[in-house]
Design a protein around this ligand. Structure first.
Ligand code: PLP
Length: 442
């Protein structure tokens, strides 16, 4: 660790921090200066257990040697190659490796640099797909209340988090939203997928009847919603959405930006639920969060529909300067190797029952009104302080950091998603920290 990183800079004002209470942070900064496996090192030297895999992305844990070395080597060999009208070998190798672990039929991959870009790519692909097939009237996009699909205009338009939408004008036109699937009255303290609520999928039929299927391009959902506070799909719900989309020729997009790469104990949520979408957006875990990268998986029929017309013409007018950047590809290949060698894409399945029991042992602690879990994801919902929503959970976040645990909070919900390398002993430690935090916050 360099000395430069050990200290807190004197002036924190220039950096306008993303999704951060800037003024609060700059009064009492929380600086991370190093990381290894399950832990961060804070600038005061304390070890902080990572209860959130960074931001749901460091699935293999921190500073894994294979990934670090791959990046170093690639940076010295081929740092950048133009992404348009040129190629380099490892981007093709990576696409093949990803297709190998993807749900059957998802044969093509389009590279981006983030979850938000993967979402924009998928939405544009869906609209353009119908157009190239001669159904140019299918332009409408259907999202869901409380959905999170990143922060770009397409993503916030189909997304359903009010605070992320209300500041930014009229957004995309031609968007509608299905109801969310959070039914705490019936499903509180469910273990795994909740029993009640699959019928809410039939709201999609109502929306289709209202607009007519001939105007709808795609439905986008997170199979398990993460950023909005861990909302699970009721038993049978995703299959119902799949059936309705198939019946009406509407593409189904799964936003797997957090569920991809082993989070639920299967490579993708599509595998976990046995429901295969037409397009799947990923990012985060694809490169272990180390270098920005996203990947959109597409069924062969969708890709092939574009491959018509004169061969010298570009088939899909979309892409990013850094799509398939060589260093990101090297990081992703080494990440896939690490996942494979350590069985991380399915490790969550083995640990899930232990994780579930540990989390649910928090039932009865102060202010806990719900606990939810699936794979290696958990949420503890707290009763809000009257008139001061989010304050209790934010206090819990600060207390947890003081105690040496990084958690994530949304609204009054604590979300947990540790690296997939976590041991049973570390699960106990994490839950004990949370218990003490719950007892300490007002
Ligand atoms: C489901 C989902 N989609 C999209 C995104 C956006 O990803 P990014 O922050 O990489 O743009 C996120 C980020 O948490 C996410 O959870």
């Amino acid at each position: 660790m360099s000395n430069r990183l050990k200290v807190t800079p004197n002036d924190l004002s220039a950096f306008w921090m993303p999704f951060t209470a800037n003024r609060q942070f700059k009064q009492t900064p929380r600086m991370l200066v190093a990381a290894k496996d399950m832990h961060y090192t804070a600038s005061d030297g304390r070890q902080i257990m990572d209860g959130t895999a960074g931001l749901w992305c460091v699935n293999a844990g921190h500073c894994r040697p294979k990934i670090t070395e791959a990046i170093q080597q690639q940076a010295a060999e081929l740092d950048y190659a133009p992404a348009f009208q040129m190629g380099h070998p490892i981007v093709f190798e990576l696409a093949n490796r990803l297709v190998d672990i993807a749900p059957k039929g998802m044969d093509h991959v389009f590279f981006t640099n983030s979850g938000s870009e993967s979402v924009e790519t998928a939405l544009k692909m869906a609209i353009a797909y119908h157009r190239v097939k001669g159904e140019g009237s299918r332009t409408r996009l259907i999202g869901r209340e409380r959905g999170y699909h990143g922060v770009n205009f397409g993503g916030i338009s189909v997304g359903g988090i009010v605070s992320n939408r209300k500041m930014f004008g009229t957004l995309l036109t031609g968007v509608d939203h299905m109801p969310h699937t959070h039914f705490p009255d019936k499903n509180a303290f469910s273990r795994g997928v909740p029993e009640h609520g699959a019928d809410v999928a039939s709201e999609l039929e109502r929306i289709v009847a209202l607009h007519d299927a001939s105007t709808i391009a795609a439905v986008i959902v997170e199979p398990v919603a993460g950023s909005t506070g861990v909302i699970l799909p009721p038993k049978g719900y995703l299959q119902k959405l799949r059936d309705i989309c198939t019946k009406h020729g509407i593409l189904l997009i799964f936003d797997e930006v957090i569920t991809g790469f082993g989070r639920l104990g299967a490579p993708f949520a599509a595998d976990y639920f046995g429901v295969i979408p037409d397009i799947m957006t990923t990012a985060k875990g694809v490169s272990n969060g180390v270098i920005p990268m996203g990947a959109v998986f597409v069924k062969r029929e969708i890709h092939d529909a574009f491959m018509t017309g004169p061969e010298h013409l570009i088939e899909f007018m979309h892409g990013y300067t850094y799509s398939g950047n060589p260093i990101a590809c090297a990081a992703a290949l080494a990440t896939l190797d690490t996942y494979k060698e350590e069985g991380l894409l399915t490790r969550g399945e083995e640990l899930a029952p232990y994780w579930e029991d540990a989390l649910h042992s928090l039932k009865g602690e102060p202010n806990v009104i719900d606990i939810r879990n699936i794979g290696l994801v958990g949420a503890i919902e707290l009763a809000p302080i009257a008139g001061e929503p989010t304050k209790r959970a934010f206090s819990a976040f600060l207390k947890a950091f003081e105690r040496g645990l990084l958690i994530r909070t949304t609204g009054d919900i604590i979300a947990l998603s540790p690296p997939l390398i976590i041991t049973k002993g570390q699960i106990n430690e994490l839950v004990d920290h949370v218990r003490e935090v719950l007892r300490a916050v007002d």
